[in-house]
Design a protein around this ligand. Sequence first.
Ligand code: CMC
Length: 382
Amino acid sequence: MTDAPEYIPGLAGVPAARSSICLIDGSVGKLQYRGYPIEVLAERCSYEEVAYLLVFGRLPTTTQLDEFRNQMIAERGLKFRIIDLLKTLPESGEPMDALTAAVAAMGMFYKGDHISDPEFLRLSVIRLLAKVPTIVAAWDRIRKGDDPIKPSTELGHAANFLYMLEGKVPTSLAVKVFDVALILHAEHSMNASTFTARVTGSTLTDPYAVVASAIGSLAGPLHGGANEQVLSTLDGISDRSANGIRRWAEDRLARKEKVMGFGHRVYKVKDPRATILQGLATQLFAKFGSTPEYDVAVELETQMADLVGGKGIYPNVDFYSGIVYQKLGIPTDLFTPIFAISRVAGWLAHLLEQLEGNRIFRPTQIWVGEADRAFVSMDERS
Ligand code: CMC
């Protein structure tokens, strides 16, 4: 007789792939893309360079990067019918839902066989990287009653997104900070949305369906959606003294409520991305002044370390990202779509890896229901 397989909730610790894209050692806060430390990539690279590294597995030469950038610039625009589609959606709707709808619709406009045609697959990757930011910015304008701003053909990826929101060329500091934020969110191994992308991709459906499904997964408050909730959490702390913040945290923990922006399945120390984002926030504050939320955040981090640091619960990437985006003047409900703008590179890298030696995902289950039941006709049911 064989032993029944063990059920592991959330598949915690269960490998779902063999991968060479992202290495994490959560016990020491180590994060590497394709073997390069995140700290070095954040300091030395642009988002485009990191996207190339993730998707194609190596750092680009100058010529390769120029070609990649130019292809992305050429693909930034949206078909007018995608813009028309966005215009039909309710302006009070969630931006992540608008993004899912528009990306899924792209699959109807860009048809091809990504399995037998590598060039179609490569072009789909470029299109998705290039157009997701344009969709997010266009939706933000449309819901406010403004016309979308045409993408620039001169600005880099980060600068162009900020430009498409307001029509103003951003400062070099804003561009640098936003570019680093995009790099930090670009990939993170087998998180829920990446797993979703791999599962969807394993059915050999088109790349647009893969990314649309991953966006839906990212939207949840336990995943990418946490970044939007951190600011409202911080704003909801009325007594901002050290004692007041400690009492607030103790109350929350006593009620077994999660504090958004803390905790991680993999990291048992402070997320290295949170450390870099905190540094970016202080750069912005040096030029534009601090925010009250930041002081509350720093004190909350101290109090939480004392209360639950022993359980390995520390700030994750979402804790300081909202503070940075708020200082850049970005509306709160675009924080998660911005996560998607960045993470699309990781999803696509995983799609390409999944397609090499693909096998469809089809796990098993542990049956806990009744079996072999006698059917009861409608008039005999109570
Ligand atoms: N606040 C308070 N307690 C927490 C928190 C938190 N943020 N996170 C975990 N815990 C506690 C939890 O209550 C549980 O305690 P106990 O063992 O006493 O029941 C223990 O730690 C384990 O928690 P879990 O929810 O079983 O851990 P998980 O690995 O399943 O979940 C997580 C990881 C990120 C979903 C979780 O830490 C969480 O819900 N955090 C808040 C939401 C958040 O910030 N999400 C962003 C994650 S990072 C970016 C991303 O992936 O999108």
